[in-house]
Design a protein around this ligand. Structure first.
Ligand code: PLP
Length: 350
């Protein structure tokens, strides 16, 4: 029973729709290393305007976009404060050390959300022998934190603290689209708190490739050189910018439905005694739940057993460390699939 497969491993697994492919085919293109691709130029300007930033740079991946942000903000002998669950810290191959000679300092937050108190306590003095604390890197929504969102107040407080302490603020907004849909905070607000903002089109928005760094004109001039140095200068890449633009226009409005389905699934899971999950913590499209709890049923299952059982029914999720499993909703999971997911959950758990 593998068809249709219900792939909840990530929101990066979506396939381009026929309409998106049409948008790609019709894109006007040019050599973007020569800054002659009209679709890329228009899309960079459009995104800069949306987020209230001066300029944007279209890049192949969220990792490149994050690393470009860091490299234009800081360098050797300097330190970046980041939540211990942050993508830049956990899943970017230690790139900040290699590419920018930067030290990342992981801090303890709540589901990937940092508080001003924790950040303030971590800022070092500027002695010759100290790594100088130069950047605060935030993530919104938090991936490893289960899709949690910063509130407007939290971001304003962190911005104020950063300014007081002379730190630049990088925001990994791979899923900023989900954060905007869930909180109603306007895009320009994120541009006003971040010095560098990375946004991805290849997560819940469903483009096959593409992220963007947004910052000042001067910052983008520097980032463009590093993008070339790191092998990310692309030629007729308007094909991909057209897909990303299509995704922003047509798939962004669908995220609310993903959040709704994730919430419905979370509520169902939380009724199972062998599972620990508070549905109130599921704010967007990602949910992380704990298994291997007996709950008095005498039927607890390990992560591997649960994943294997779901897979037998064509449903895939990922183990996320310890006894946890992550399920991520996206626009190619519909209501019929959600119903199937719930039915299978009832078979696997009592
Ligand atoms: C929060 C976050 N930031 C950055 C990235 C990196 O994106 P990419 O896989 O395009 O390098 C991801 C990837 O899933 C992510 O979840």
């Amino acid at each position: 029973m593998r068809d249709p497969m219900i792939d909840l491993r990530s929101d990066t697994v979506t396939k381009p729709t026929p309409e998106m492919l049409q948008a790609m085919v019709h894109a006007k293109v040019g050599d973007d290393v020569f800054q002659e691709d009209p679709t890329v130029i228009a899309f960079e300007n459009k995104m800069a305007m949306l987020f209230g930033m001066e300029a944007g740079l279209f890049v192949p991946s969220g990792t490149m976009s994050n690393q470009l942000g860091l490299t234009i903000l800081a360098g050797p002998g300097e330190e970046v404060l980041i939540d211990e669950l942050g993508h830049v810290y956990n899943y970017e191959t230690g790139a900040a050390a290699h590419l920018s000679s930067l030290q990342l300092r992981p801090l303890k937050g709540q589901r990937g959300i940092l508080s001003p108190e924790v950040v303030e306590a971590a800022v070092r003095a500027k002695n010759d022998w100290d790594p100088w604390t130069t950047v605060l890197a935030l993530e919104n929504t938090t991936n490893k934190g289960g899709g949690a969102c910063y509130t407007r107040t939290q971001l304003l407080e962190l911005r104020e603290l950063s300014q007081k302490k002379g730190l630049s603020l990088h925001l990994d907004g791979a899923r900023i689209w989900n954060a905007i849909s869930a909180t109603g905070i306007e895009p320009q607000f994120f541009g006003s708190v971040a010095d560098t903002l990375s946004v991805c089109f290849s997560k819940g928005l469903g483009a096959p490739v593409g992220s963007m760094l947004l910052t000042t004109r001067d910052g983008i001039r520097k980032a463009r050189r590093f993008r070339k140095m790191w092998g990310g200068g692309m030629r007729q890449v308007g094909l991909l910018a057209a897909a990303a633009d299509y995704a922003v226009e047509h798939h962004w409005p669908l995220l609310k439905e993903d959040h709704h389905r994730a919430q419905k699934f979370a509520k169902h899971l939380s009724t199972k005694k062998e599972i620990l999950l508070d549905p109130d913590t599921v704010e967007t499209n990602i949910l992380i739940f704990e298994v291997n709890r007996d709950g008095g049923t005498g039927t607890s299952k390990t992560v591997d057993q649960v994943l294997r059982s779901y897979k037998e029914y064509g449903i895939e999720m990922v183990g996320f460390g310890g006894n946890t499993i992550r399920a991520t909703f996206h626009f190619q999971i519909d209501d019929a699939m959600l119903d199937q997911l719930i039915q299978v959950t009832d078979i696997i758990f009592t």
